[in-house]
Design a protein around this ligand. Structure first.
Ligand code: GLA
Length: 401
């Protein structure tokens, strides 16, 4: 009927009908599935400083809260195989607890994610001395890294995707770094199951930069009931960077072949984490190592896939970065009570930090961390969730017994 009427109209009417149909379908499409952004206060620090948060949510039951303290992910709700949504990241219920803690739960880490040996590096012949906060080394930006500062919430926009953008200006000399650095951290949630983190930075003097996200995942959403060590992990890396006893890379790029670091096929994390024959496992008390990701390019590529057979949740991590620090939560020692007063212990969570290699400023063989005025530093990280309906027993995979 519509077709007949349509074919009997002139070119102008045809154009009007086409535009109207496009508008109607776009309206209904968006109304049904667009994601939502909502701003709300998130309490205060001990000195009274207010902290704000944005909650991005979509119609599939996914919901993420990001706060101005550390531009950090405070909670991340994702549906399981039965459709019920649970919080898959560790953290705290209040901003002040994040401020006092030293584990970087959910935070944006910088100016330099990971370690810089002895807190020193040379740039254009000048030796820069940074604050040290991990043995005699510099870790995740120093004593007052980006996780401990209040970011400005520049934008919170509903749509498809819904986005929140935070910014921070790190002044010349902060924690010892040269150059005033303008940084943005942008979070976008689409109407499916994808959360994109996009870090960008510019400088007014040559400097170094390495930004990443530090979420602790327990995909079961039940830290007290399920160990993250039972998850299957796949990492697309043929090499990793071995470290010394203080977790500083030796400079070597070592093959993962025949070692507990070979995750090229999906493997249960816990099966090799106690392999005391490997000195690298001893140095890290488990996994706390940078994997050299296979492939390269400016488009995000899949770096890792984590599958929790209990809940069915799957997390794929895509990135543009050359490295992926995989940290198996080894310093969680039962002395920190997190959300709902649950104590966090070793193996409760997994941290994946796509980034440049640790100590890159002191390692000529590693990709450079240098940023010049006029250039833009970028690191895009995508958390893509889905459901795998198979349970462990149905899977024939290495490490599954
Ligand atoms: C990083 C490091 C770990 C540890 C955590 C914070 O992921 O690689 O060694 O310092 O941060 O506890």
């Amino acid at each position: 009927m519509l077709t007949r009427e349509f074919s009997s109209t002139g070119p102008l009417q045809k154009y009007v009908v086409v535009v109207l149909l496009a508008l109607i379908s776009s309206f209904f499409g968006r109304a049904g599935i667009a994601a939502d952004a909502r701003r709300a206060p998130f309490g205060h620090l001990g000195d009274g400083t207010p902290v704000e948060a944005v909650e991005l949510s979509n119609s599939t039951g996914m919901k993420v809260r990001v706060m101005t303290l550390g531009a950090a992910i405070q909670s991340l709700f994702v549906p399981d195989r039965g459709g019920s949504s649970g919080d898959v990241v560790l953290g705290f219920d209040t901003a002040q607890e994040y401020f006092q803690d030293t584990h970087y739960f959910g935070a944006t880490v910088g100016r330099f994610a990971n370690r810089i040996s002895k807190g020193r590096f040379t740039l254009d012949g000048h030796v820069y001395v940074l604050t040290t906060n991990d043995h005699s080394n510099h870790l995740h930006g120093g004593k007052r890294g980006f996780d401990k500062v209040i970011w400005t919430l520049d934008l919170a926009r509903s749509g498809s995707p819904a986005c929140a953008q935070f910014s921070y200006v790190s002044i010349d000399g902060e924690e010892g770094y040269p150059g005033t650095l303008h940084v943005t951290a942008t979070y976008c949630l689409d109407d499916r199951e994808t959360l994109t983190l996009d870090y960008a930075a510019t400088t007014d003097r040559p400097t170094i930069v390495n930004l990443s996200g530090h979420s602790y995942f327990n995909l079961s959403a039940d830290v007290a009931g399920a160990s993250a060590m039972d998850d299957l992990l796949q990492v697309h890396a043929s090499r990793y960077t071995p470290v010394d006893a203080q977790l500083i890379p030796t400079g070597e790029l070592r093959s993962v072949s025949g070692t507990p670091f070979d995750f090229r096929q999906p493997t249960v994390i816990g099966t090799r984490i106690r392999d005391g024959r490997d000195p690298q496992i001893l140095h890290g008390r488990g996994y706390d190592h940078n994997f050299v990701l296979d492939g390269s390019g400016s488009m995000p590529r899949v770096a890792a896939r984590i599958h929790d057979p209990r809940s069915g949740r799957v997390l794929e991590i895509l990135t543009t970065a050359p490295g992926l620090q995989f940290y198996s939560g080894n310093f969680l020692d039962g002395t920190t009570a997190g959300k709902n007063n649950v104590l966090y212990r070793q193996g409760d969570a997994l941290v994946f930090e796509p980034q440049l290699f640790p100590d890159a400023p002191n390692q000529p063989g590693f990709p450079s961390a240098r940023l010049n005025p006029g250039s833009v530093y970028r690191n895009t990280i995508i958390y893509r969730f889905s459901i795998d309906r198979r349970r462990s027993a149905e899977m024939k995979m290495p490490g599954v017994h």
